[in-house]
Design a protein. Structure first.
Lengths: 166, 166
C-alpha cells in the first residue's frame, strides 16, 4: 500500500481493494460452478456470478463519479481465499463433500466482502457521498443475502449429503 | 491441505484452520493495541485479545474431546489479513486515520472468523456433536458482537475524527 495520509485516500484504497477482490471472484466462479455437483449450488454460484458483474459496475460508477480509475491494487486476502477454494477442488473428489467445502470457502469470500463493503459504505457516509453510500449498501445487502442462501443450502441439503457420503 | 475424504476430516481441517487464525490474531493484538491512539479502540482491542484467549481454550477443549491435537495447518488467509493490518501501521501515521484503518482491518479478521465459526458450528451440528456446536456458537456470538462494537466505534468516534484530520 502506498503512503495514505487522508481519509479520502484511505477510502479510495479500500474501494480499489474490493474492486480487485470482486474481479478475482468473478474469474474464479466458472471453475467453482463446474466443480459443484449439486444443481442448487451450481445455480447459487451462477446467480451470484451475474450479481458480481453488476456489483463491479456499481464500483466503476463510483470511481467515475470520483474521477478515479480502479486498478493498481491487488487484494491479497481475496487471492488467498480463492486459492483455498481451488485447493479444495484439487484435494476433494467431486460430490457432496466438495460441495460442502466449496460453500465454506465461498462464505469466507462473502464475509471478506461484507466487511469491506461495510467499511466502504461507512466511509462514504462520513464523507457525505450519498450516491456512493447507497450503491455500496445495495451490494452489501446482496452479499449478506448470498451468505444466508449458502448457509441454508449447506444446512438443508449439502451437509446432510456430505455426512452420509462414504 | 492434505487429501480430505470424509465429512469429519473436512470439519477437523476447518477447526485447525481457525485455531491457526486465532493464534495469529492473538500474536498480532499487542502491536495493534500499541498502534491505536483512541483509548476506546485500545480497550476494544485489549478486551477482544482476552476474549481470544478464551476462544482458543474452547477450541482446545473441542480437540481434546475428539482426541485430536491442533496444529499442522497454517491459515494463510489470516496471515494475509493480519499482514494488511501491519501494513497500515507502517504506512499511516499514528492518529485517528490509522485507527480508522485498523478498525477496517480488524473487522476483516472478525468476518473471516465469523464465516469460519459459522461453518464449523454447522458441521458440528450435522455430526451431532452438541458440545462442540455450543462452544463454537458461543465464540461466534462474541465475534459478531466484537464486529458490531468496532462498527459503532468507527461511526460514532473514529471516522469523524479521521475525516477531520489534516
Amino acid at each position: 500500500m502506498a503512503q495514505v495520509s487522508s481519509f479520502p485516500e484511505l477510502a479510495m484504497h479500500g474501494l480499489k481493494d474490493i474492486y480487485s477482490a470482486e474481479q478475482q471472484a468473478l474469474a474464479a466462479y466458472p471453475e467453482m460452478i463446474q466443480a459443484a455437483t449439486s444443481d442448487d449450488l451450481k445455480l447459487a454460484f451462477s446467480e451470484h456470478m451475474e450479481q458480481t458483474k453488476a456489483q463491479i459496475e456499481r464500483l466503476e460508477q463510483i470511481f467515475q463519479n470520483m474521477n478515479e480509475t480502479p486498478g493498481g491494487v491487488e487484494c491479497l486476502a481475496a487471492k488467498g481465499l480463492i486459492a483455498e477454494a481451488k485447493e479444495h477442488i484439487k484435494e476433494i473428489e467431486s460430490g457432496p463433500l466438495l460441495d460442502a467445502a466449496l460453500i465454506g470457502a465461498a462464505q469466507k469470500v462473502e464475509h471478506y466482502e461484507i466487511a469491506s463493503y461495510g467499511t466502504a459504505r461507512t466511509f462514504a457516509e462520513q464523507m457525505g457521498d450519498d450516491i456512493a453510500a447507497q450503491l455500496l449498501e445495495a451490494t452489501l445487502e446482496e452479499e449478506e443475502l448470498t451468505d444466508e442462501r449458502l448457509s441454508d443450502l449447506a444446512i438443508m441439503n449439502i451437509n446432510p449429503d456430505a455426512a452420509d457420503e462414504i
